[in-house]
Ligand binder design. Structure first.
Ligand SMILES: [Zn+2]
Length: 210
């Protein structure tokens, strides 16, 4: 398995203000992102680990999860992390009509808006799949989609040691946007192993810039 998705080779030719795949490498920055939460069973442990290593990250939340977990949303905001929009409940954007796509995005924007101080909200399509028409709409709206350049592959639910071996064999580099999910013990355990290694390697873990 390759942590570097092939799709990026195409997406990275789009202007960065429309499609973010990597972020500034300045100061050995690395950008962790967590999708599909907030999740009361797993997000608190992720936040504890990030705090222990003075790391900031970006949480691409589902609106439905955010609405159910206001305390967690507030904690993410209070601890200096950033938010992104990952749709209301993770449908395939290739299978729902444009009006429903808008509803999924706007409804989630409204929930996030209560916590992020009016900052612009990037959108990451569920499973990274989106129709070209959505990209055109974002172009008109001057809005940004946020993809990733490095996939932790945590959703494959392989044994921890195998997941870590894949990551250590092809580690992320400065400027990478790392895809993770705050919805499993596997991710938390991987993070507990990798955060000290990444800090020792000199990475500064930051939230994505606006
Ligand atoms: Zn997702």
């Amino acid at each position: 398995m390759n942590p570097r998705p092939r799709k990026i080779l195409l997406l990275r030719w789009l202007p960065g203000r429309l499609m973010l795949t990597r972020a500034p490498a300045t100061g050995q920055s690395l950008y962790l992102t967590f999708d599909d939460g907030p999740n009361p069973g797993h997000t608190p442990a992720v936040l504890d680990l990030l705090a222990r290593y003075k790391a900031k990250a970006t949480f691409f939340v589902l609106g439905s999860q955010a609405e159910r977990n206001p305390g967690l949303m507030q904690r993410i905001a209070d601890e200096g992390h950033a938010f992104g929009n990952h749709s209301w409940d993770h449908p395939s954007f290739l299978r729902i009509p444009p009006a429903e796509q808008c509803e999924q995005i706007e409804r989630t924007d409204r929930v996030i808006g209560a916590y992020n101080g009016g900052r612009p909200i990037s959108f990451r399509p569920p499973s990274g799949r989106f129709p070209p028409t959505l990209l055109l709409r974002f172009l008109r709206q001057r809005r940004r989609m946020a993809y990733w350049s490095y996939d932790s592959l945590d959703y494959r639910r392989e044994p921890l040691e195998r997941m870590l071996a894949t990551i250590r064999a092809q580690p992320p580099v400065a400027g990478d946007v790392v895809l993770m999910h705050d919805d499993s013990d596997l991710t938390t355990q991987a993070l507990a192993a990798l955060l000290p290694e990444w800090c020792a390697a000199g990475f500064a873990l930051r939230a994505l810039p606006d």
